[in-house]
Design a protein around this ligand. Structure first.
Ligand SMILES: N=c1c2ncn([C@@H]3O[C@H](COP(=O)(O)OP(=O)(O)OP(=O)(O)O)[C@@H](O)[C@H]3O)c2ncn1[C@@H]1O[C@H](COP(=O)(O)O)[C@@H](O)[C@H]1O
Length: 174
């Protein structure tokens, strides 16, 4: 039976909407303020009192940073050789390099489709899929994330235009 195209399958992962509003500190404080003033007017109808209710700030959501990539790499590395029925990473790693590369390619294509279509939220979700599958590929190939970070750092401050112009001229390139 032909496989259902992945784009038609329901996605179980991927933030389809940005950070929930309830996690937003500013909105939370606003909401708490509204609630407090509603309470206040309910207890003192038509008259203001000298009591001020200070809203309790909601705890801030932990800041998401790119450190998550290092943590994900450690988790995927630890999954290697574990029960494939319990871990998607273990399953992918057990299926081998070709399958891992294929999955990465599929996710990359889905990512570019969303980019071209201008679907911003879907692009965020697909980008996370691409990074996850790229990390599985690094684990399979025994590439450490630090090697990638070092390569990016080496390139820092070097314009791509300047780098290309400095390459030895290839007479066959025209
Ligand atoms: N970030 C991810 C992540 N992104 C996507 N996926 C999974 O990737 C799968 C993609 O499904 P597909 O149908 O495309 O792929 P498939 O099941 O290989 O299907 P076929 O193509 O073989 O038919 C889904 O099961 C997603 O849940 C992920 N699975 C795991 N992680 C991270 O990896 C950690 C470890 O996960 P496990 O290894 O599953 O414990 C988790 O805690 C997460 O942090």
């Amino acid at each position: 039976m032909p496989k259902t195209p992945k784009t038609l399958r329901p996605k179980t992962r991927g933030p389809k909407s940005p950070t929930p509003k309830s996690l937003d500190k500013t909105d939370g404080a606003k909401a708490a303020g509204k609630k407090a003033s509603a309470k206040k007017s309910a207890t003192t109808p038509g008259k203001s009192t000298k009591h001020t209710i200070v809203p309790t700030p909601l705890p801030a959501a932990p800041q998401a940073t790119s450190d998550v990539l290092d943590r994900l790499f450690a988790v995927v590395t630890a999954r290697r050789g574990t029960d494939p029925s319990l871990s998607h990473s273990a399953r992918l790693l057990a299926r081998g390099r070709r399958k891992i590369a294929q999955k990465f390619g599929e996710e990359a294509v889905e990512c570019l489709i969303e980019a071209v279509a201008g679907n911003r939220d879907e692009l965020v979700g697909e980008s996370a899929d691409v990074l996850y599958h790229l990390i599985v590929m690094w684990v399979d190939a025994a590439v450490q994330p630090e090697e990638i970070w070092a390569e990016l750092q080496r390139r820092e401050g070097v314009s791509g235009i300047a780098e290309k112009a400095a390459r030895p001229h290839d007479p066959l390139a025209g």
